[in-house]
Design a protein around this ligand. Structure first.
Ligand SMILES: Nc1ncnc2c1ncn2[C@@H]1O[C@H](COP(=O)(O)OP(=O)(O)OP(=O)(O)O)[C@@H](O)[C@H]1O
Ligand SMILES: [Mg+2]
Length: 144
């Protein structure tokens, strides 16, 4: 049992991470914004794919690195916005493509990979998740 308010999940495989993300998606309302941080290859895109599955999205979800944002309609209504800000230098360039309008959409679930690029303009209700690489395929996912 953790002694602070952070919730921690240990994932042992890609499938574990996807299942954890899918469960979380099913428990979060529209308008939720998730900021993902973690090293290259930590599993942010794997997490996002699982999250999309939890929202009932059947389309394959891959890294949007070259497009910055991918929009997926959800079968139950609303949208899933998957953003990858790896190539964005700062909040100003993110605002240039309208990141604030995406993040304020009350009908959408948003996930931002490399959200630390825009930490200053994330909405106050943003849920922060950190994925750390442990040994081999193990990952520590911290929420809070
Ligand atoms: N427990 C795990 N959870 C998630 N991914 C895992 C796990 N174990 C191994 N992997 C592997 O780690 C890689 C994670 O890749 P992914 O593209 O999701 O990382 P990323 O954090 O999005 O990286 P980037 O910063 O480049 O976008 C995949 O190849 C996946 O198979
Ligand atoms: Mg990625």
């Amino acid at each position: 049992m953790s002694t602070n308010s952070n919730k921690e999940f240990i994932s042992r495989s890609e499938a574990d991470t996807e299942a954890f993300a899918a469960d979380l998606a099913a428990s979060l309302p529209r308008g939720s914004v998730l900021a993902l941080s973690g090293d290259l290859g930590a599993g942010k895109t794997v997490f996002s794919r699982g999250f999309a599955r939890g929202l009932g999205i059947l389309e394959p979800v891959s890294s949007p690195t070259y497009t910055i944002i991918q929009e997926y309609p959800c079968p139950g209504g609303g949208w899933f916005f998957h953003m990858d800000l790896y190539r964005i230098s700062d909040a100003r360039s993110a605002l240039d493509f309208g990141v604030d309008e995406y993040l304020e959409d009350p009908e959408a679930w948003s996930i931002i990979e490399w959200a630390e690029r825009i930490s200053g303009i994330l909405p106050p209700q943003t849920l922060h998740l950190r994925i750390q690489i442990l040994d081999g395929d193990a990952r520590r996912i911290t929420v809070g």
